[in-house]
Design a binder for this molecule. Structure first.
Ligand SMILES: [Zn+2]
Ligand SMILES: [Zn+2]
Length: 412
């Protein structure tokens, strides 16, 4: 509803402004994709693909899905446009609805929205840092205050298998203590046991070795560089060795931005590096890094920091009050002239009495009323009333839009 979109718009406007400052280009992909894009890209063993996708059999032997996330579609578009051959380095941003089958609750809807970026074609740790700086700059510009950044490296395809093996080895002896989900993860996606929220699993996880002990030299250097750049640019972060993110494609850097107002599921933005995804989807080896902000979760955070949801736009600066029913059309002409002069303006369309029109002007919060009665019509004038204070004066009809624009600018 119109009175709820203020924070939404502020967040999107902050994001678009920062995307332009950081040199990211807008990318819009379709809401519907082939299901196998996500099975391959997001990962068969992820919760998203296993349980949360809305899929539809087209009746032509094809399965399509409502996109549950934006990264595989961005990579698909990148490859389909042959950018990997022409201009391999690309920085995209997107914003739009995503769909996951989840139990709806506050800040978590089956149609939800994400604002995200994908920076494709560079292994530079500067780019990992850039995406995180970009995310925090968006939140800062949107007015958010209390976020914190959690950072980890989960290694690469060279060093991660060793860690995975070690986890599997240790956890298989304590299988009975794990929750049902984690027992399944043991086989298919053991890293995800690390961020299980169940009490018993957490106790087991606390005794596991940390991924940082298993990183190869390249991963260690990369992680060190990311941290150095963040520190140099005043991003405070916490190192969280249990942070893995729920997606299969992440490599090396993973991060989350969390907000204390959100309770147990407090992540408002998640991101990281995904150096294997382009290849997984049929392209050449191409390193990438990106993030996705959960818009609904971010809005809850904004409400906590900035107060309740607000109106998305301002009130009409001028409200035209017509004392003569027959003058409505001429009032409408004036209304259009005001809008053409860049003045937000409105009038009554419900046949209200002059008195009721004044009340309405008050209620919507217009700063000025243009009062049009018999006298004004015959003299070719407009009576302007400043709503605060009640000061009144007349101007020639033709001058009225320019006068309103001047008042709005605050010129003397
Ligand atoms: Zn490595
Ligand atoms: Zn568990």
């Amino acid at each position: 509803m119109p009175d709820q979109w203020g924070h939404w718009r502020a967040l999107h406007e902050a994001a678009v402004r920062q995307f332009e400052l950081y040199g990211y280009g807008e990318l819009q992909t379709p809401i519907i994709e082939e299901t196998r894009l996500f099975v391959k890209g997001t990962g068969e063993s992820t919760e998203i693909v296993e349980k949360q996708m809305y899929c539809l059999d087209t009746g032509e032997g094809q399965s399509i899905a409502l996109r549950p996330e934006g990264t595989p579609p961005a990579v698909r578009a990148y490859l389909e446009r042959n950018l990997h051959k022409q201009h391999p380095f690309q920085k995209f941003w997107y914003a739009g609805p995503m769909f996951r089958r989840e139990r709806p609750q506050k800040g978590r809807l089956r149609q939800f929205h994400q604002i995200g970026v994908e920076a494709i074609g560079s292994v530079s740790p500067l780019l990992d840092a850039e995406t995180l700086l970009l995310a925090t700059d968006i939140y800062r510009e949107a007015g958010l205050k209390q976020w914190r950044v959690c950072l980890n490296s989960i290694g690469c395809e060279r060093c991660r298998p060793g860690y995975r093996e070690e986890l599997r080895r240790r956890l298989s002896t304590r299988r009975e203590e794990l929750c049902e989900d984690c027992r399944r993860r043991l086989k298919r996606n053991v890293l995800r046991v690390l961020d299980c929220k169940m009490e018993d699993c957490r106790a087991v996880v606390a005794e596991l070795p940390e991924v940082s002990d298993y990183l190869c030299n390249e991963c260690r250097e990369h992680h060190g560089a990311v941290k150095r750049v963040l520190t140099e640019h005043d991003v405070q972060y916490e190192e969280d060795s249990r942070l893995v993110r729920g997606l299969d494609y992440y490599t090396r850097t993973v991060y989350e931005i969390k907000h204390p107002a959100l309770g147990a599921r407090d992540t408002i933005c998640g991101g990281g590096r995904y150096d294997g995804l382009v290849e997984e989807l049929g392209g050449p080896p191409t390193p990438c890094v990106g993030f996705a902000m959960g818009v609904e979760a971010s809005l809850l955070a904004m409400e906590a920091d900035l107060g309740p949801a607000t109106d998305s736009g301002g009130p009409p600066a001028v409200f035209i009050v017509s004392f003569e029913e027959a003058a409505r059309e001429r009032c409408f002409d004036l209304l259009e002239a005001l809008r053409a002069a860049g003045v937000p303006a409105d009038m009554d369309f419900e046949g209200r009495s002059a008195k009721a029109q004044m009340r309405l002007a008050n209620r919507v919060g217009s700063a000025y009323c243009f009062l049009i009665g018999e006298r004004e019509l015959s003299a070719g004038q407009v009576l302007i009333r400043q709503m605060a204070g009640g000061e009144q004066w007349t101007v020639p009809w033709q001058e009225a839009p320019r006068e309103a624009a001047r008042l709005l600018r605050g010129d003397p």
